[in-house]
Design a protein around this ligand. Structure first.
Ligand code: IMP
Ligand code: MG
Length: 185
């Protein structure tokens, strides 16, 4: 699988080209549209990684919905999660009594999703579900449930389609594994 992928020289290999990603989004969007057909949906996108995924996914869901964003940091530009999740936004989205769908780019250790889910839970939503584009296959300290998953991948560092390394590569149209020598620097 190749596809048109700039900055591709920094990739060890491409995992999913844009056409493959969009085909999968068609399926997830159809599933979400069916599941929420009788409910008012509030989407909360976790910035910045889910931006591109969110834009392509939501345009495939023909339901009335609200969109909010949450800005958190748990990585600080490195490859390993710091285990601490910092909420950057002062005003939290209005979740009381709402059906919340959390969107994130990737489920890695689960720290981010677990922290956000717990925080939102205290604001009495009617329901919370989680949708991630990618999920790494690995042992997690705490189990983390995702209700909608784009692709399961091996435990490797990936970039593109919103995912960054040191804030770079988010604008790659595909998802690929970053070359080991670049990820180490
Ligand atoms: P978690 O809290 O360990 O599940 O990590 C979630 C966040 O870490 C994601 O929202 C990403 O921003 C970042 N992250 C985890 N794995 C990767 C990766 O392979 N590439 C780029 N970012 C990643
Ligand atoms: Mg990141």
């Amino acid at each position: 699988m190749t596809g048109s992928c700039g900055m591709q020289a920094d990739l060890d290999r491409v995992l999913f080209d844009q056409a493959t990603i969009l085909r999968r989004l068609d399926q997830i969007a159809a599933q979400i549209s069916t599941d929420y057909r009788d409910r008012e949906l509030t989407v909360i996108a976790i910035l910045n990684g889910s931006l591109i995924f969110m834009a392509d996914l939501l345009r495939r869901i023909p339901l009335p919905l609200r969109l909010d964003c949450l800005s958190v940091a748990s990585y600080h530009g490195g490859l390993q999660t710091s285990g601490e999740v910092i909420f950057r936004q002062i005003a939290q989205p209005d979740v009381a009594g709402r059906h919340i769908l959390l969107l994130d780019d990737i489920l890695d250790s689960g720290t981010t999703i677990n922290a956000i889910r717990e925080k939102l839970q205290t604001a009495s939503p009617q329901s919370i579900r989680v949708c991630v584009l990618l999920r790494k296959i690995k042992e997690r300290g705490r189990p983390t449930e995702a209700d909608y998953v784009g692709f399961d991948i091996a435990d490797e560092f990936v970039v593109g389609y919103g995912l960054d390394y040191g804030e770079r590569y988010r604008n790659l149209p595909c998802i690929g594994v970053l070359k080991k020598e670049l990820a180490a620097s």
